[in-house]
Design a protein around this ligand. Structure first.
Ligand code: E4P
Length: 223
């Protein structure tokens, strides 16, 4: 499973990149608007900071032609951009038409919240379907199991579409991974939590206290 950071902040992206754990960056209109009023500069900086692909969403939802023209521009802006089209009839139709028009264009569908929507993305030939399971779980206050059925459907019908999960808590992250999510993306604050567990802290503090009681500040010889 690949791990992406959901961010438009180069500092966060570079920090996660330094940890060595991320494969790329996802953005959305909310995140890009946090980068200030120069959208192109924000996108350029995200691309510079990202170690791999960058998902960038077209603006709008219902106007197919405007979705397509932004997708063309984003595709030309960088070959590392995977264009996110909105879930809906216009987005799916735009995807089918863009694939015919521009061989090699990288297209995802975003804000997917049901198995039926995911099926449509697979059938239309999306490279990636972005399933909003984390945000949906928060909204419904219950676990949402979309990944396993979607992966099964894609296998049943031979759709090569990859599944991206928008993750939130480390617990759900594990479940998405077990179900076979291809990519999990998380905001910086959630990504940091993956490293942590209260029991780990307890044991580490115990080890260090025992060591210090005998050896003080000494450590093994450092070369
Ligand atoms: C993923 O690609 C999305 O950008 C993101 O996870 C959406 O999360 P949100 O609905 O909390 O903004």
């Amino acid at each position: 499973m690949q791990l992406f950071i959901d961010s438009s902040n180069p500092k966060e992206i570079l920090q996660a990149r330094e940890w060595g754990i991320i494969d790329g960056v996802t953005t959305n209109p909310t995140l890009i608007s946090k980068g200030g009023n120069d959208m192109q500069e924000t996108l350029r900086r995200v691309l510079e900071a990202s170690p791999g692909p960058v998902f960038c969403q077209v603006i709008g939802w219902r106007d197919r032609e405007r979705l397509k023209s932004q997708a063309r521009w984003l595709h030309r802006f960088s070959e590392r951009i995977i264009v996110k089209l909105p879930m809906g009839a216009a987005g799916i139709q735009a995807l089918i038409e863009l694939k015919k028009e521009i061989p090699g264009i990288r297209l995802a569908v975003t804000a997917v919240a049901s198995v039926a929507q995911a099926y449509l993305c697979g059938k239309a030939g999306a490279e990636v379907v972005a399933i909003f399971n984390g945000p949906l779980e928060l909204e419904l206050d219950q676990e949402v199991n979309l990944i396993a059925p979607v992966k099964q459907i894609f296998r049943n019908y031979g759709f090569p579409t990859r599944v991206l999960s928008a993750g939130r808590y480390p617990g759900s992250f594990g479940k998405y991974a077990v179900a076979g999510t291809d990519i999990c993306t998380m905001r910086f604050e959630f990504l940091k939590l993956l490293f942590e567990h209260a029991f780990t802290d307890k044991r580490m503090n115990g080890f260090l206290a025992d060591w210090k009681s005998v050896f003080g500040e000494q450590v093994w010889p450092e070369t």
